[in-house]
Design a protein around this ligand. Structure first.
Ligand code: AMP
Length: 516
């Protein structure tokens, strides 16, 4: 028997097994908050959303874009949109109107769901149906379907697209990563298994749901009937407070969020105040390699277990996992932390190897289908049945992968990708800029931060602050340079290609690896 995978399977199990258990605890006090809903209510709302989309004439295969911080309605959309054959397009709400407009248009979304806080700034971005998620404009979307009323049978296959996740890469514009039901399903089950998700877990949505569908954890925890606590904005102390309030046991975060939690815990400790979660909480970290000092502090200051994973949106994302085996406990904390700072060993069903030039290659059932409407870019990402990650690394003698550098021109700051090419394109529009190279440099808070190296036009003048302000008017703020160095020339190859490794070298030379 072959039954097609569908992301709806996760919610079906959640509602069949745990109908009256609390499913989602939404952010309180915001317009349209769901409060606390049970699995029966989550399922009824997901079906209600699918029926509402049918009523709007949104057909199977059409794209439904959502621009929102984490929210129960976002969690509902993972199922109400994808499980019934439509395609969810989660968009980073920190992007500006022009950037979001591009994604809405490129994906051909016929529905655009907009959080009220983003509404005014996105006034110029429209779609056939543009609906503000304020609890009024969108009320018809989230009404519970009457008992026994189901959306139309979809009859779709597991290779149909469940979501298109736009990610900044090597091109000036983000690319739409098409994840199929099969990709999302296998990733979620594999991820949930390796992290040991179980019915007793209380999950906190600290990771943005837009980022690779919250890495797939929203699916996994739903199947196991976990209580899910929504966090709309990142604040270290607020995260600690809610961990205590809801007895949270599991969260996922970029290293910058872990640092915010550690800072808040240090403030609590200085006041001799309780820090929750010791020996109970597991925090899964990815997006950038966490510094070993951060790893050590998570275990010594918080008493939490830190699990690192490595992957990309294109790989749904789980490729490798580093969950410390018991034997490592025999080491002093700083030595153990160094072992944990590596990206890990392949998850089940994943094969990882390095090419002769050091590029990490991967094969698995959760490598994406392709870039939406960009077959040439898809072809470039594949090499003889292996996916080219664009990351550089090596495998230690004990089989653990270490990510040591990036071949692709991407900067990762606070867990989000920034395309250097896009920032360079923007700065080239400034009349005083003759040449520019944008690189990532290490930063204690954000992991990496964006730096521009600029050659000014002869006779032109521009100050660092002018160029930063210029880019902040045109790009999402997290993409903008935080510093500008003025140089006389930029190193190039004989064919005129920028030699970015030379530009990056002085900022990274004291470090063992050139990613942070
Ligand atoms: P994204 O597609 O936005 O999730 O970004 C994927 C990229 O993040 C990868 O190609 C890596 O460069 C980086 N990345 C993710 N996880 C890790 C990790 N554990 N260690 C090092 N780099 C990572």
């Amino acid at each position: 028997m072959r039954v097609p995978f569908n992301v709806g399977d996760f919610l079906r199990r959640g509602v069949e097994v745990y109908p009256e258990l609390p499913a989602v605890v939404d952010e309180p006090g915001v317009p349209g908050s769901f409060g606390t809903i049970t699995y029966r209510q989550l399922d009824a709302r997901a079906r209600g959303l699918a029926i509402a989309l049918e009523d709007l004439g949104v057909g199977v295969g059409e794209r439904v874009a959502i621009v929102s911080p984490n929210a129960a309605r976002f969690q509902t959309a993972f199922f109400g949109v994808s499980a019934y054959g439509r395609v969810l397009v989660p968009i980073n709400y920190r992007l500006n109107a022009e950037e979001i407009g591009y994604i809405v248009e490129h994906s051909g979304a016929s529905v655009l769901l907009v959080d009220p806080e983003c509404d005014a700034a996105l006034g110029s971005v429209g779609a056939r149906h543009r609906i503000v998620l304020d609890g009024v404009d969108d009320s018809a979307l989230w009404a519970e379907a009457p008992p026994g009323r189901y959306p139309k049978e979809w009859g779709g296959g597991e290779d149909d697209t469940a979501s298109i996740n736009y990610t900044s890469g090597t091109t000036a514009r983000p690319k739409g990563v098409q994840l199929t039901h099969r990709n999302c399903w296998v990733n979620a089950v594999t991820f949930g298994w390796h992290v040991g998700v179980c019915e007793q877990d209380v999950f906190m949505h600290t990771l943005p749901m837009f980022h690779c569908n919250g890495w797939g954890m929203p699916y996994a925890v739903t199947a196991m009937g976990c209580r899910q606590v929504v966090v709309r904005k990142i604040d270290g102390e607020e995260i600690l407070r809610r961990i205590e309030q809801h007895d949270v046991t599991l969260l996922c975060a970029a290293p910058a969020v872990v640092n915010a939690i550690l800072d808040a815990a240090a403030v609590r400790a200085a006041r001799a105040q309780y820090v929750p979660g010791s020996s109970v909480v597991r925090v899964v970290v990815a997006g950038a390699p966490p510094p070993s000092r951060t790893i050590e502090r998570v275990e010594t200051d918080l008493g939490w277990e830190l699990i690192q994973i490595y992957g990309l949106t294109e790989t749904s994302p789980l490729l490798t996992i580093n969950r410390a085996p018991v034997a490592w406990d025999d080491n002093p904390p700083h030595v153990k932390a160094r072992l944990q700072a590596r990206a890990g060993v392949p998850a089940v069903g994943v094969r990882v190897r390095t090419a002769p030039d050091g590029e990490v290659l991967a094969r698995s059932n959760h490598v994406f289908h392709g870039y939406w409407d960009q077959p040439e870019e898809t072809a470039k990402a594949m090499a003889d049945g292996w996916f080219r990650t664009g990351d550089e690394g090596y495998v230690d003698a004990d089989g653990y992968l270490v990510i040591s550098d990036r071949k692709k021109d991407v900067i990762i700051t606070g867990g989000e990708n920034v395309s250097s090419v896009e920032v360079e394109d923007c700065l080239y529009q400034h009349p005083a800029v003759a040449e520019v190279a944008v690189i990532g440099v290490p930063d204690d808070k954000w992991g990496e931060t964006v730096k521009a190296l600029v050659v000014l036009r002869a006779g032109s003048e521009a100050a660092e602050a002018d160029l930063i302000a210029f880019s902040r008017e045109r790009l999402a703020h997290f993409k903008c340079p935080t510093s500008v160095d003025f140089v006389d020339s930029l190193p190039r190859t004989a064919t005129g290609k920028l030699q970015k490794f030379k530009l990056r070298r002085p900022y990274w030379e004291t470090r063992p690896r050139r990613v942070n």
